[in-house]
Write a protein that binds this ligand. Sequence first.
Ligand code: AMP
Ligand code: GLY
Length: 424
Amino acid sequence: MMRILILGSGGRECTFAWKLVQELPKENIFITPGNAGTSAHGTNLNLSILDFEAIGSFCLENKIDTLLPGGEDSLVAGICNYFESNENLKHIYVFGPDKTGALLEGSKEFAKKFMAKYGIPTAKYESFNKGQEKEAKAFLKTMNPPYVIKADGLAAGKGVVIPETLEEAENWVDEMLVNEQFGQASSKIVIEEFLKGIEVSFFAITDGKDYLLMPEAKDYKRIGEKDTGPNTGGMGAVSPVSFVDETFKNKVIEQVVKPTMTGLQKEPFGYRGFVFFGLINVDGNPFVIEYNCRMGDPETEVVLPRLKNSLSEIINKSKNGTFSQIVSQLDERYCTTVMLVAGGYPGDYSKGKTIEIGTVNDSIVFHAGTKLNEGKLQSNGGRVIAVSSFGDSMQEALDKSYSSIKKISFEGMYYRTDIGKDLF
Ligand code: AMP
Ligand code: GLY
């Protein structure tokens, strides 16, 4: 039976552990570093997700056969390549793309070139390196406002700016290329056409050949009601998404998912694991804004509960070449999640606040930034807890999440009260 180590400590990883413990004995599930919630579903470790040597040793000593990286960092750093190229470790299956495959998320330019090559709809763009500020500014003059400027590399979700005026846009070119505002990540930039529409995310799981489409979701990125204020990691999510009808879904499958899978198969890199399609619906047509090589957070907290298939079986089948046998089984109900965050987040906030949770029957409480301190539950991050619920309607699911939240409290707790409202 599978013995698995999950890498990460957020609501996404808690959801993975919650799902897997329904399929595997708790003794077979490990999470590093995990949080207070994951310790209920498996064993937390204190290994850094980037310390591949320590992770490898732990796997050997504890007969771990599968690694499930939650976020992009270890994938972009090449955890797959590390395990595959090490004689002692190559029997351990890393469920994620190799270092080059992970560039679909790790480099905006790489993703853009991939999309161009496989005819996948996306915004028109040009990329520029340090030293090409003049060319970048000349390109800006050919574009209409607002301007979309992206740091090429990973910038913790902060690497995209959308200035309204040409002057601001030109300043950003210098900020990124000359002043390296986002470090190495912005020594190259992508400037692209602004797309107007509503965003939605699709997710697939693949063995590099076949794929399984998971439910779509919409997340709520900004801290304030009506999507105002600074960006966060995500304040809530809903699935399914009302404007995703059969016609739109078919366009996504035919124009985006299938050509992406063709590309993943043809390219010389190794790709398996999750593909996250960040899309924008422009007048009924899907355009790809970004790829991620992992699941979303908090999207996982609404997508995974709706997946009835066994996750461990999916992972096993992707490993032994029988992935095409999987028939996806989805829960037709709505699932919604509302994120409870620390006061001050995404700016400065404090940790170590005592969390009280009463009996919650109607929702699933996924821990994100939490820890146990001498047996007491405390906050340990900006996004603290995600409260997910099912309902036959989105309203019913939301009502359950919001009424369960009343049973949870910690000093400074904040959440958005308008998750899903724009979709009614
Ligand atoms: P990304 O990190 O690429 O997902 O971009 C962050 C956010 O910027 C997205 O979620 C969109 O809201 C916005 N964005 C990115 N690219 C575009 C674009 N071409 N047109 C409009 N909005 C965009
Ligand atoms: N919620 C967006 C992300 O995980 O990237």
